[in-house]
Design a protein around this ligand. Structure first.
Ligand code: PLP
Length: 427
Protein backbone atom coordinates (compact mmCIF):
# COMPACT_ATOMS: atom_id res chain seq x y z
CA UNK A 1 0.00 0.00 0.00
CA UNK A 2 1.26 3.49 -0.80
CA UNK A 3 1.97 5.85 2.08
CA UNK A 4 -0.77 8.14 0.71
CA UNK A 5 -3.27 5.30 1.03
CA UNK A 6 -2.05 4.31 4.47
CA UNK A 7 -2.25 7.90 5.69
CA UNK A 8 -5.72 8.33 4.21
CA UNK A 9 -6.97 5.23 6.00
CA UNK A 10 -5.38 6.34 9.25
CA UNK A 11 -6.75 9.88 8.83
CA UNK A 12 -10.29 8.61 8.46
CA UNK A 13 -10.17 7.10 11.96
CA UNK A 14 -9.86 10.48 13.67
CA UNK A 15 -10.79 13.12 11.07
CA UNK A 16 -14.23 13.10 9.39
CA UNK A 17 -13.61 11.92 5.85
CA UNK A 18 -9.89 12.07 6.56
CA UNK A 19 -9.63 15.76 5.66
CA UNK A 20 -10.03 19.18 7.22
CA UNK A 21 -11.78 20.69 4.17
CA UNK A 22 -14.05 18.54 1.94
CA UNK A 23 -12.55 19.14 -1.54
CA UNK A 24 -9.25 17.65 -0.35
CA UNK A 25 -10.87 14.21 -0.08
CA UNK A 26 -10.95 13.76 -3.90
CA UNK A 27 -14.63 12.73 -3.68
CA UNK A 28 -15.53 14.33 -7.01
CA UNK A 29 -12.58 12.90 -8.96
CA UNK A 30 -12.27 9.64 -7.03
CA UNK A 31 -9.04 8.00 -5.91
CA UNK A 32 -6.72 8.62 -3.00
CA UNK A 33 -5.87 12.14 -1.89
CA UNK A 34 -2.18 12.97 -1.87
CA UNK A 35 -0.75 13.80 1.52
CA UNK A 36 1.73 16.62 1.00
CA UNK A 37 5.04 16.60 2.83
CA UNK A 38 6.77 19.69 1.52
CA UNK A 39 6.71 22.29 -1.20
CA UNK A 40 9.10 24.57 -3.01
CA UNK A 41 8.51 27.14 -5.76
CA UNK A 42 5.97 25.69 -8.23
CA UNK A 43 6.21 22.14 -6.81
CA UNK A 44 5.06 20.02 -3.94
CA UNK A 45 5.93 16.44 -2.95
CA UNK A 46 3.61 13.81 -1.52
CA UNK A 47 4.16 11.14 1.13
CA UNK A 48 5.34 8.67 -1.53
CA UNK A 49 8.00 11.08 -2.74
CA UNK A 50 6.17 11.93 -5.99
CA UNK A 51 6.70 15.51 -7.18
CA UNK A 52 3.84 17.55 -8.63
CA UNK A 53 3.65 20.84 -10.46
CA UNK A 54 1.17 22.60 -8.20
CA UNK A 55 -1.71 24.46 -9.88
CA UNK A 56 -3.77 25.03 -6.76
CA UNK A 57 -1.25 27.05 -4.75
CA UNK A 58 -3.21 26.37 -1.54
CA UNK A 59 -6.29 27.56 -3.52
CA UNK A 60 -4.75 30.93 -4.30
CA UNK A 61 -2.47 32.22 -1.54
CA UNK A 62 0.88 30.98 -2.90
CA UNK A 63 1.16 33.65 -5.60
CA UNK A 64 4.94 33.98 -5.28
CA UNK A 65 5.44 30.21 -5.13
CA UNK A 66 6.04 28.00 -2.11
CA UNK A 67 8.61 28.93 0.53
CA UNK A 68 9.70 32.10 -1.25
CA UNK A 69 13.05 32.97 0.40
CA UNK A 70 11.99 36.51 1.30
CA UNK A 71 8.69 35.43 2.83
CA UNK A 72 10.49 32.70 4.74
CA UNK A 73 12.98 35.22 6.07
CA UNK A 74 10.23 37.65 7.09
CA UNK A 75 8.43 34.90 9.02
CA UNK A 76 11.63 33.64 10.66
CA UNK A 77 12.49 37.18 11.72
CA UNK A 78 9.25 37.73 13.67
CA UNK A 79 8.87 34.16 15.02
CA UNK A 80 11.46 34.67 17.73
CA UNK A 81 9.62 37.75 19.03
CA UNK A 82 6.42 35.93 19.91
CA UNK A 83 3.57 34.07 18.23
CA UNK A 84 0.56 36.07 19.37
CA UNK A 85 -0.07 38.91 21.81
CA UNK A 86 -3.77 39.72 21.83
CA UNK A 87 -2.71 43.36 21.75
CA UNK A 88 -2.08 45.70 18.80
CA UNK A 89 1.19 45.76 16.83
CA UNK A 90 2.85 48.18 14.40
CA UNK A 91 2.85 45.52 11.64
CA UNK A 92 -0.97 45.46 11.73
CA UNK A 93 -1.00 49.19 11.04
CA UNK A 94 1.43 48.64 8.17
CA UNK A 95 -0.67 45.93 6.52
CA UNK A 96 -3.82 48.06 6.92
CA UNK A 97 -2.03 51.00 5.26
CA UNK A 98 -0.77 48.73 2.50
CA UNK A 99 -4.24 47.29 1.79
CA UNK A 100 -5.82 50.76 1.74
CA UNK A 101 -3.10 51.96 -0.64
CA UNK A 102 -3.50 49.03 -3.04
CA UNK A 103 -7.31 49.11 -3.05
CA UNK A 104 -8.43 52.72 -2.87
CA UNK A 105 -12.09 51.74 -2.25
CA UNK A 106 -10.90 50.52 1.16
CA UNK A 107 -10.62 53.47 3.55
CA UNK A 108 -10.51 51.35 6.68
CA UNK A 109 -9.89 47.64 7.11
CA UNK A 110 -10.27 45.02 9.86
CA UNK A 111 -8.08 41.89 9.87
CA UNK A 112 -9.59 38.45 10.55
CA UNK A 113 -8.24 34.91 10.19
CA UNK A 114 -10.27 33.38 7.35
CA UNK A 115 -12.31 34.37 4.33
CA UNK A 116 -15.38 32.92 6.01
CA UNK A 117 -14.95 35.34 8.89
CA UNK A 118 -14.43 38.23 6.47
CA UNK A 119 -17.68 37.67 4.54
CA UNK A 120 -19.70 36.82 7.65
CA UNK A 121 -18.49 39.99 9.37
CA UNK A 122 -18.99 42.17 6.29
CA UNK A 123 -22.59 40.99 6.01
CA UNK A 124 -23.29 41.66 9.67
CA UNK A 125 -21.81 45.12 9.22
CA UNK A 126 -23.94 45.76 6.13
CA UNK A 127 -27.05 44.66 8.02
CA UNK A 128 -26.16 46.81 11.01
CA UNK A 129 -25.44 49.78 8.77
CA UNK A 130 -28.67 49.55 6.77
CA UNK A 131 -30.96 48.15 9.48
CA UNK A 132 -32.17 45.64 6.92
CA UNK A 133 -32.00 41.83 6.91
CA UNK A 134 -32.22 40.57 3.36
CA UNK A 135 -29.10 39.75 1.41
CA UNK A 136 -28.64 38.81 -2.23
CA UNK A 137 -26.04 36.39 -3.56
CA UNK A 138 -25.52 34.59 -6.86
CA UNK A 139 -25.68 30.96 -7.87
CA UNK A 140 -22.24 29.35 -8.05
CA UNK A 141 -20.49 32.01 -5.97
CA UNK A 142 -18.90 30.77 -2.76
CA UNK A 143 -18.39 33.11 0.13
CA UNK A 144 -17.23 30.77 2.88
CA UNK A 145 -19.48 28.69 5.08
CA UNK A 146 -21.45 31.11 7.27
CA UNK A 147 -25.11 30.05 7.65
CA UNK A 148 -26.56 32.94 5.62
CA UNK A 149 -24.38 32.05 2.66
CA UNK A 150 -24.99 28.29 2.40
CA UNK A 151 -28.21 28.95 0.54
CA UNK A 152 -29.53 28.15 -2.92
CA UNK A 153 -32.38 29.66 -4.88
CA UNK A 154 -35.98 28.80 -4.06
CA UNK A 155 -38.32 27.88 -6.89
CA UNK A 156 -39.14 31.46 -7.87
CA UNK A 157 -37.73 34.93 -7.47
CA UNK A 158 -39.97 35.80 -4.56
CA UNK A 159 -39.68 32.47 -2.77
CA UNK A 160 -37.30 32.07 0.12
CA UNK A 161 -33.79 30.70 -0.29
CA UNK A 162 -33.20 27.08 0.76
CA UNK A 163 -30.25 25.84 2.83
CA UNK A 164 -27.57 23.93 0.88
CA UNK A 165 -26.25 22.39 4.07
CA UNK A 166 -27.91 20.45 6.84
CA UNK A 167 -27.82 22.47 10.03
CA UNK A 168 -28.68 25.81 8.45
CA UNK A 169 -32.06 26.91 9.85
CA UNK A 170 -34.72 27.71 7.26
CA UNK A 171 -35.39 30.85 9.32
CA UNK A 172 -31.88 32.07 8.49
CA UNK A 173 -31.86 30.96 4.85
CA UNK A 174 -35.10 32.83 4.19
CA UNK A 175 -33.25 36.15 4.45
CA UNK A 176 -30.98 35.22 1.53
CA UNK A 177 -32.12 35.61 -2.07
CA UNK A 178 -30.10 33.74 -4.69
CA UNK A 179 -30.03 35.02 -8.28
CA UNK A 180 -28.34 33.88 -11.49
CA UNK A 181 -24.81 35.20 -12.04
CA UNK A 182 -24.46 37.66 -14.93
CA UNK A 183 -28.25 37.99 -15.26
CA UNK A 184 -28.99 41.74 -15.24
CA UNK A 185 -32.71 41.27 -15.83
CA UNK A 186 -33.19 39.06 -12.77
CA UNK A 187 -31.27 41.58 -10.72
CA UNK A 188 -33.45 44.47 -11.86
CA UNK A 189 -36.57 42.45 -11.19
CA UNK A 190 -35.40 41.61 -7.67
CA UNK A 191 -34.62 45.23 -6.82
CA UNK A 192 -37.96 46.31 -8.20
CA UNK A 193 -39.72 43.71 -6.05
CA UNK A 194 -37.91 44.20 -2.72
CA UNK A 195 -35.02 46.65 -3.24
CA UNK A 196 -35.84 48.56 -0.08
CA UNK A 197 -35.38 45.41 2.03
CA UNK A 198 -31.92 44.54 0.71
CA UNK A 199 -29.10 45.15 3.18
CA UNK A 200 -26.41 43.91 0.87
CA UNK A 201 -25.51 42.23 -2.37
CA UNK A 202 -22.41 40.05 -2.15
CA UNK A 203 -20.65 38.90 -5.32
CA UNK A 204 -17.40 37.37 -6.53
CA UNK A 205 -16.59 39.93 -9.26
CA UNK A 206 -14.52 37.22 -10.90
CA UNK A 207 -16.02 33.94 -9.78
CA UNK A 208 -13.53 31.21 -8.92
CA UNK A 209 -15.59 28.72 -6.99
CA UNK A 210 -17.69 27.34 -9.86
CA UNK A 211 -14.54 27.01 -11.94
CA UNK A 212 -13.51 30.42 -13.36
CA UNK A 213 -16.41 32.57 -14.57
CA UNK A 214 -15.93 36.25 -15.34
CA UNK A 215 -18.64 38.72 -14.54
CA UNK A 216 -19.73 40.78 -17.51
CA UNK A 217 -19.02 44.52 -17.11
CA UNK A 218 -22.77 45.21 -17.59
CA UNK A 219 -23.62 42.92 -14.71
CA UNK A 220 -21.25 44.60 -12.25
CA UNK A 221 -22.32 48.05 -13.48
CA UNK A 222 -25.96 47.16 -12.90
CA UNK A 223 -25.06 45.91 -9.43
CA UNK A 224 -23.33 49.17 -8.59
CA UNK A 225 -26.18 51.27 -9.98
CA UNK A 226 -29.00 49.36 -8.27
CA UNK A 227 -27.34 49.03 -4.85
CA UNK A 228 -26.61 52.79 -4.84
CA UNK A 229 -30.14 53.61 -5.92
CA UNK A 230 -31.73 51.47 -3.20
CA UNK A 231 -29.21 52.15 -0.43
CA UNK A 232 -27.91 48.56 -0.25
CA UNK A 233 -24.26 47.81 0.54
CA UNK A 234 -22.33 46.33 -2.39
CA UNK A 235 -19.79 43.77 -1.16
CA UNK A 236 -17.11 42.50 -3.52
CA UNK A 237 -15.87 39.18 -2.20
CA UNK A 238 -12.31 39.34 -3.49
CA UNK A 239 -11.00 36.68 -1.12
CA UNK A 240 -9.89 34.74 -4.19
CA UNK A 241 -9.59 37.30 -6.99
CA UNK A 242 -8.11 40.15 -4.90
CA UNK A 243 -4.34 40.49 -5.56
CA UNK A 244 -4.79 37.59 -7.97
CA UNK A 245 -6.40 38.96 -11.16
CA UNK A 246 -4.54 42.29 -10.81
CA UNK A 247 -2.72 44.24 -8.11
CA UNK A 248 -5.87 46.26 -7.42
CA UNK A 249 -8.16 43.22 -7.67
CA UNK A 250 -11.22 42.76 -9.87
CA UNK A 251 -12.45 46.21 -8.83
CA UNK A 252 -9.47 47.68 -10.65
CA UNK A 253 -9.96 45.46 -13.71
CA UNK A 254 -13.64 46.47 -14.01
CA UNK A 255 -13.25 50.04 -12.73
CA UNK A 256 -16.06 49.59 -10.20
CA UNK A 257 -15.92 50.79 -6.59
CA UNK A 258 -17.69 48.51 -4.10
CA UNK A 259 -18.77 49.72 -0.65
CA UNK A 260 -17.02 46.85 1.13
CA UNK A 261 -14.41 44.35 0.01
CA UNK A 262 -13.51 40.98 1.51
CA UNK A 263 -9.93 39.77 1.17
CA UNK A 264 -8.09 36.59 2.14
CA UNK A 265 -5.84 33.99 0.55
CA UNK A 266 -3.01 36.14 -0.97
CA UNK A 267 -2.99 38.64 1.91
CA UNK A 268 -1.84 35.91 4.29
CA UNK A 269 0.83 34.56 1.95
CA UNK A 270 -0.17 31.05 3.07
CA UNK A 271 -0.77 31.93 6.72
CA UNK A 272 -4.28 32.37 8.17
CA UNK A 273 -5.10 36.01 7.45
CA UNK A 274 -8.08 37.68 5.82
CA UNK A 275 -9.73 41.08 6.00
CA UNK A 276 -12.78 43.15 5.22
CA UNK A 277 -12.86 46.86 4.66
CA UNK A 278 -14.28 49.73 2.68
CA UNK A 279 -16.13 52.98 3.18
CA UNK A 280 -15.13 54.79 6.35
CA UNK A 281 -18.73 55.72 7.22
CA UNK A 282 -19.72 52.04 7.08
CA UNK A 283 -16.64 50.77 8.94
CA UNK A 284 -17.41 53.30 11.70
CA UNK A 285 -20.35 51.06 12.69
CA UNK A 286 -17.94 48.33 13.85
CA UNK A 287 -17.11 47.82 17.53
CA UNK A 288 -15.50 49.55 19.38
CA UNK A 289 -16.69 52.61 17.40
CA UNK A 290 -20.18 51.40 16.66
CA UNK A 291 -22.79 48.83 17.52
CA UNK A 292 -21.82 45.97 15.17
CA UNK A 293 -19.84 43.44 17.17
CA UNK A 294 -16.86 41.68 15.63
CA UNK A 295 -13.70 40.30 17.27
CA UNK A 296 -10.92 37.68 17.02
CA UNK A 297 -8.31 36.25 19.40
CA UNK A 298 -5.82 35.69 16.58
CA UNK A 299 -6.92 38.56 14.31
CA UNK A 300 -3.88 40.39 12.94
CA UNK A 301 -1.61 37.58 14.14
CA UNK A 302 2.00 38.78 13.89
CA UNK A 303 3.31 35.76 11.97
CA UNK A 304 0.45 35.85 9.47
CA UNK A 305 0.82 39.61 9.04
CA UNK A 306 4.56 39.26 8.41
CA UNK A 307 3.96 36.67 5.68
CA UNK A 308 1.17 38.81 4.22
CA UNK A 309 3.13 42.06 4.26
CA UNK A 310 6.12 40.50 2.51
CA UNK A 311 3.86 38.87 -0.09
CA UNK A 312 2.13 42.21 -0.72
CA UNK A 313 5.56 43.78 -1.17
CA UNK A 314 6.71 41.13 -3.65
CA UNK A 315 3.61 41.45 -5.84
CA UNK A 316 4.31 45.16 -6.25
CA UNK A 317 7.56 44.46 -8.11
CA UNK A 318 7.41 46.19 -11.51
CA UNK A 319 5.81 43.96 -14.14
CA UNK A 320 4.80 41.26 -11.62
CA UNK A 321 1.22 40.95 -12.87
CA UNK A 322 2.11 41.31 -16.55
CA UNK A 323 4.42 38.36 -16.20
CA UNK A 324 1.99 36.34 -14.08
CA UNK A 325 -0.81 36.93 -16.61
CA UNK A 326 1.54 36.02 -19.47
CA UNK A 327 2.58 32.73 -17.84
CA UNK A 328 -1.04 31.85 -17.09
CA UNK A 329 -2.05 32.69 -20.67
CA UNK A 330 0.84 30.54 -21.93
CA UNK A 331 -0.56 27.59 -19.95
CA UNK A 332 -4.11 28.17 -21.13
CA UNK A 333 -3.25 28.57 -24.80
CA UNK A 334 -0.90 25.57 -24.66
CA UNK A 335 -3.61 23.39 -23.16
CA UNK A 336 -6.22 24.65 -25.62
CA UNK A 337 -3.96 23.88 -28.55
CA UNK A 338 -3.11 20.42 -27.16
CA UNK A 339 -6.82 19.61 -26.74
CA UNK A 340 -7.58 20.79 -30.26
CA UNK A 341 -4.81 18.59 -31.66
CA UNK A 342 -6.41 15.62 -29.87
CA UNK A 343 -9.92 16.70 -31.00
CA UNK A 344 -11.17 16.95 -27.42
CA UNK A 345 -13.94 19.54 -26.89
CA UNK A 346 -12.25 21.95 -24.52
CA UNK A 347 -12.05 25.63 -23.68
CA UNK A 348 -9.95 27.56 -21.19
CA UNK A 349 -9.77 31.08 -19.85
CA UNK A 350 -7.46 33.07 -17.62
CA UNK A 351 -7.35 36.41 -15.92
CA UNK A 352 -4.19 37.45 -14.12
CA UNK A 353 -2.86 34.38 -12.32
CA UNK A 354 -6.18 32.52 -12.24
CA UNK A 355 -7.44 30.08 -14.88
CA UNK A 356 -10.38 27.84 -15.75
CA UNK A 357 -10.40 24.60 -17.76
CA UNK A 358 -13.73 23.53 -19.25
CA UNK A 359 -14.52 20.27 -21.02
CA UNK A 360 -17.01 21.94 -23.32
CA UNK A 361 -16.86 24.01 -26.54
CA UNK A 362 -17.26 27.53 -25.21
CA UNK A 363 -16.22 29.45 -22.13
CA UNK A 364 -19.14 29.30 -19.64
CA UNK A 365 -20.74 32.46 -18.27
CA UNK A 366 -22.98 31.06 -15.53
CA UNK A 367 -23.35 28.13 -13.16
CA UNK A 368 -25.92 26.59 -15.51
CA UNK A 369 -23.42 26.72 -18.38
CA UNK A 370 -20.65 25.31 -16.18
CA UNK A 371 -22.97 22.40 -15.43
CA UNK A 372 -22.82 21.40 -19.10
CA UNK A 373 -19.11 20.58 -18.86
CA UNK A 374 -18.20 16.93 -19.23
CA UNK A 375 -17.26 15.96 -15.67
CA UNK A 376 -16.24 12.32 -16.36
CA UNK A 377 -13.84 13.65 -19.01
CA UNK A 378 -12.40 16.18 -16.61
CA UNK A 379 -11.94 13.46 -14.00
CA UNK A 380 -10.11 11.20 -16.45
CA UNK A 381 -7.89 14.11 -17.51
CA UNK A 382 -7.23 15.06 -13.89
CA UNK A 383 -5.97 11.57 -13.02
CA UNK A 384 -3.80 11.26 -16.12
CA UNK A 385 -2.18 14.59 -15.25
CA UNK A 386 -1.84 13.66 -11.59
CA UNK A 387 -0.16 10.34 -12.41
CA UNK A 388 2.30 12.25 -14.59
CA UNK A 389 3.10 14.79 -11.86
CA UNK A 390 0.72 17.70 -12.50
CA UNK A 391 -1.69 18.61 -9.70
CA UNK A 392 -4.80 20.45 -10.92
CA UNK A 393 -7.73 21.19 -8.62
CA UNK A 394 -9.45 17.86 -7.81
CA UNK A 395 -12.86 19.01 -9.07
CA UNK A 396 -14.31 20.21 -12.36
CA UNK A 397 -15.86 23.11 -10.43
CA UNK A 398 -12.68 24.78 -9.21
CA UNK A 399 -10.37 27.36 -10.73
CA UNK A 400 -6.60 26.92 -11.01
CA UNK A 401 -3.71 29.14 -9.96
CA UNK A 402 -0.29 29.96 -11.37
CA UNK A 403 2.50 31.52 -9.31
CA UNK A 404 5.45 33.68 -10.26
CA UNK A 405 7.59 30.55 -9.74
CA UNK A 406 5.90 28.82 -12.71
CA UNK A 407 8.47 29.65 -15.39
CA UNK A 408 8.32 28.80 -19.09
CA UNK A 409 9.93 25.38 -18.56
CA UNK A 410 7.36 24.41 -15.92
CA UNK A 411 4.45 25.55 -18.10
CA UNK A 412 5.81 23.87 -21.22
CA UNK A 413 6.38 20.61 -19.36
CA UNK A 414 2.75 20.77 -18.22
CA UNK A 415 1.54 21.28 -21.77
CA UNK A 416 3.61 18.34 -23.05
CA UNK A 417 2.14 16.09 -20.36
CA UNK A 418 -1.35 17.37 -21.23
CA UNK A 419 -0.80 16.57 -24.90
CA UNK A 420 -0.49 12.88 -24.01
CA UNK A 421 -3.38 13.06 -21.53
CA UNK A 422 -5.75 14.60 -24.11
CA UNK A 423 -4.70 12.07 -26.73
CA UNK A 424 -5.34 9.21 -24.29
CA UNK A 425 -8.85 10.57 -23.59
CA UNK A 426 -9.83 9.85 -27.18
CA UNK A 427 -7.97 6.56 -27.41
C1 PLP B 1 -11.86 30.84 -0.23
C2 PLP B 1 -12.99 31.78 -0.31
C3 PLP B 1 -13.73 32.17 0.82
C4 PLP B 1 -13.55 31.53 2.15
O1 PLP B 1 -12.29 31.71 2.67
P1 PLP B 1 -11.75 30.71 3.82
O2 PLP B 1 -10.45 31.31 4.22
O3 PLP B 1 -11.65 29.37 3.17
O4 PLP B 1 -12.76 30.73 4.90
C5 PLP B 1 -14.68 33.15 0.67
N1 PLP B 1 -14.91 33.73 -0.52
C6 PLP B 1 -14.23 33.38 -1.62
C7 PLP B 1 -14.51 34.07 -2.91
C8 PLP B 1 -13.26 32.39 -1.57
O5 PLP B 1 -12.63 32.01 -2.68
Amino acid sequence: MSRNQALFERAQQTIPGGVNSPVRAFRSVGGTPRFIERAHGPYFWDADGQRYIDYIGSWGPMIVGHVHPEVLEAVQRVLVDGFSFGAPTEAEVEIAEEICKLMPSIEQVRMVSSGTEATMSALRLARGFTNRSRIVKFEGCYHGHADSLLVKAGSGLLTFGNPTSAGVPVDIAKHTTVLEYNNVEALEEAFKAFGNEIASVIVEPVAGNMNLVRATPEFLQALRRLTSEYGAVLIFDEVMCGFRVALGGAQQVYGITPDLTCLGKVIGGGMPAAAFGGRRDIMAHLAPLGGVYQAGTLSGNPIAVAAGLKTLELIQAPGFYDKLARQTARLVSGLTEAARAAKVPFAADSIGGMFGLYFTDAIPRSFAEISHCNVPRFNAFFHKMLDAGVYFAPSAYEAGFVSSAHDDAVIDTTVEIARKAFAALNA
